[in-house]
Design a protein around this ligand. Structure first.
Ligand SMILES: *Cc1c(COP(=O)(O)O)cnc(C)c1O
Length: 246
């Protein structure tokens, strides 16, 4: 490691420790258990050398927003450290559904019928391969394993340029995924509009989750994770506050 890399690495670990403390304080202030909130370290655009110190500091859950970038970066890191959990947090195209299902542990961006149908098909194929005794190494690019957990992304601000199902369509869409496609939807995710208070968006996501018996809420980023924790986040996705600016 060069001196500059060492400084970067020390910086990331110091920032991580600060985030952990702030998460614990926010959980305590909300009367929630210290372990109630999982940190998803968002490592998009950062290379393995920037990620390793964060893994060495004990983090195991990471978020990436591009399938190809993740596939280029993570196989080596996974080989070094068992038990990593990778979340896809960026928009998914149906022609990448197979790779995403084979590679990620959690897909947080299920947001339309077409992608839900593609995921359903690929998860069925993965299950079949495993049931037929596929050798782990026969499944590209990650060992044959459980299908990923799925979260539905809700466009709480109804922003035209943003991915996610509209709030008023969320119940029907979750029902479609569960009943018509047999998909196990375990969580909801949202990204509030940049120029608005985040709290009402987090509260709305919480409400949609409650009425659909969903208990995972992925909400809150570097600038608003404490309020998300106050409003029930079980997963906060934090990038720049750990790794630095992109
Ligand atoms: C980049 C990104 C994050 C992390 O954002 P920061 O502001 O850097 O913490 C969280 N969620 C999603 C979906 C992202 O794309």
């Amino acid at each position: 490691m060069t001196a500059a890399e060492k400084r970067e690495s020390d910086g990331a670990v110091a920032r991580l420790q600060d985030i952990r403390q702030r998460m614990a304080r926010a959980a305590a202030d909300a009367g929630r258990a210290p372990g109630a909130v999982t940190l998803v370290c968002v490592s998009k655009t950062f290379g393995a050398e920037a990620i390793r110190p964060v893994i060495a500091a004990g983090e195991r859950v990471f978020g990436e927003n591009r399938v190809q970038e993740a596939i280029a970066k993570w196989p080596a890191l996974r080989a070094e450290t068992p038990g990593l959990e990778l979340h896809l947090i960026g928009p998914l195209q149906s022609n990448k559904a197979r790779e995403a299902v084979q590679f990620f542990d959690v897909i947080e961006t299920v947001d339309r019928e077409k992608i839900a149908m593609a995921l359903s098909k690929e998860i069925a194929l993965l299950d079949q391969a495993r049931d037929a005794g596929a050798k782990p190494e026969s499944t590209f690019p990650h060992p044959a394993r459980r299908a990923p957990k799925l979260y539905v992304q809700v466009n709480t601000g109804a922003e035209p340029q943003k991915a996610g199902i509209l709030p008023e369509q969320a119940d029907d869409f979750i029902g479609f995924c569960r009943d018509d496609l047999n998909l196990d939807i375990s969580g909801l995710m949202c990204i509030p509009p940049f120029d608005e208070q985040a709290a009402p968006h987090f509260a709305l996501l919480n409400k949609i989750a409650a009425r659909n018996a969903i208990n995972i809420l992925s909400m809150g980023m570097s600038s608003d994770f404490e309020i998300a924790i106050e409003l029930g986040a079980t997963h906060v996705r934090i990038g720049s506050a750990i790794f630095g600016g992109r």
